[in-house]
Design a protein around this ligand. Sequence first.
Ligand code: ATP
Ligand code: ZN
Length: 293
Amino acid sequence: MTEPRLRIAVQKSGRLADRSGELISGAGLRIIKGANELLYRIENQPIDLLRVRDDDIPTFVADGVAELGIVGYNVLAEHFPDRDLESMIVQRLGFGSCTLKVAVPNDVDYTGPQWLEGKRIATSYPNILGKWLKDHGVTAEIVEMRGAVEVAPRMKIAHAICDLVSTGATLEANGMKATDLVLKSEAVLIKAPHAPAPELAHTYDMLLRRFDGVTASTGAKYVMMNAPRVHLDEIIRMIPGADAPTIMQLAGREDTVAVHAVCQENVFWETLDKLKAAGASAILVLPIEKMMK
Ligand code: ATP
Ligand code: ZN
């Protein structure tokens, strides 16, 4: 009998593929590319990667074909407009951020959702858009398109579009401007509704802990400095996202202490300048490779 293996559904290629791979490697899983493009094996754990189109990931995970999956919140919300998504989501992953927005041709004087009343809107996200229109009391015709949504107004297929926007460059190139925000998205880790097979429970729990650790340590920093006691409270308040820093007495320096803190966010030069101005010295900012909460 073959040993049972956990499956993680990931995007085979595209905008989420690289970062999904980094998350998996960051969790200590060694990926071996197999002859089979659909299934890659993890060498050091009983885990396989199911490499598919992102649109297939919500269904595979909901049906239990894969125990876990990494997919854009936008794709999940479009697939399951009536489900409780929070019960599927294990954690938000902090990458693949994008926004779904309404966009109209530049010459339109867009006055808000009401402008869309009775109009035609092209989108690849008919469910999400339909809900948003309903929430705003607008009745409009939704034209579903699989791709190239941005050309719809020029082709006279639609008056407006609802599409993913990051920089706005694509819209600009097509003579359009973004207006209302419909949905904010980022990649999410999702789980199947049923618990994994008992033999895999240990691997599953370990994996979730490690994914959480990788996400938490991304951008997190370890900050060390010397601080005069008289300004200690002020200095601690300046350290971004620091929770209960460690304070240590310096040998032979009654008036100065060492402060060590884990910052949950990146530390910018501006913060260092302020710390310095408040009397901190010998400030060190170190990257954190791994963290387990
Ligand atoms: P597939 O071949 O897997 O179906 P796709 O073409 O549907 O891929 P991609 O363009 O690779 O999808 O985008 C995957 C996900 O990346 C999107 O669903 C979204 O969550 C996220 N994303 C992040 N930034 C952007 C962006 N600027 N435009 C589109 N998607 C983005
Ligand atoms: Zn897709």
